[in-house]
Design a protein around this ligand. Sequence first.
Ligand code: CA
Length: 243
Amino acid sequence: MLERNEIEMAEPAPARILVVEDEPKVAEALGAGLRDAGFAIDVAHDGEEGFFLAASESFDAIVLDRVLPGRDGLSILAALRRKGVLVPVLVLTALDGVDERVAGLEAGADDYLAKPFAFPELVARLKALLRRGRGDNLLQLAVADLRIAVARREVTRADRLIELTPREYELLEYLVRHRGQIVSREMLARDVWKETQRGTPLDNVIDVHVTRLRKKIDQGFEPRLIHTVRGVGFLLGPQGDGA
Ligand code: CA
């Protein structure tokens, strides 16, 4: 069995920013301007693409347009927060006013800028967000009081550090990324153990690891997060949480 041993270090490289903006000209200008300001930029042109990238890749911050076709920026933001993605988000909007700001903050925005804005102000605000978030929020996943700092592979529950073996960590991260869904032993064999052929011995190994992980994650904490779905697999989430 291969043990994936990735060494992920805090990179001194440029901060990686995701820009979610549907208007091509604005997206292009934002991307070019932020690159000039020294950031590494990915651009998503609609909400679905933006959500997918933000949920699956590691960014230092997100610049999120409020009004997007199909899926509104704030609903994307709220969904990311529910998923436990805590990356700093700056919301851009043509709408200004107290209600608008409150809605943005309630959806989980860290900052807010009304269009039209002066570009240096965007850069200054982004830098402020990065100073706050750098090193901490590179990618954090959260379920109830469980927190995973993905870059550091560090797990805490109720602010207590939990020591996991590399395999237990990978198993937990996988379950958290599939929170609220039933994860079968086939999925774990394929995606965590990287074994295409699944057999009874591997099933037993998986069960042993889940049992150990559950002890570390759930013993002495409320609510229980790792559940066995008899005959099917496992499910991570606070009870009744389907998100
Ligand atoms: Ca727009």
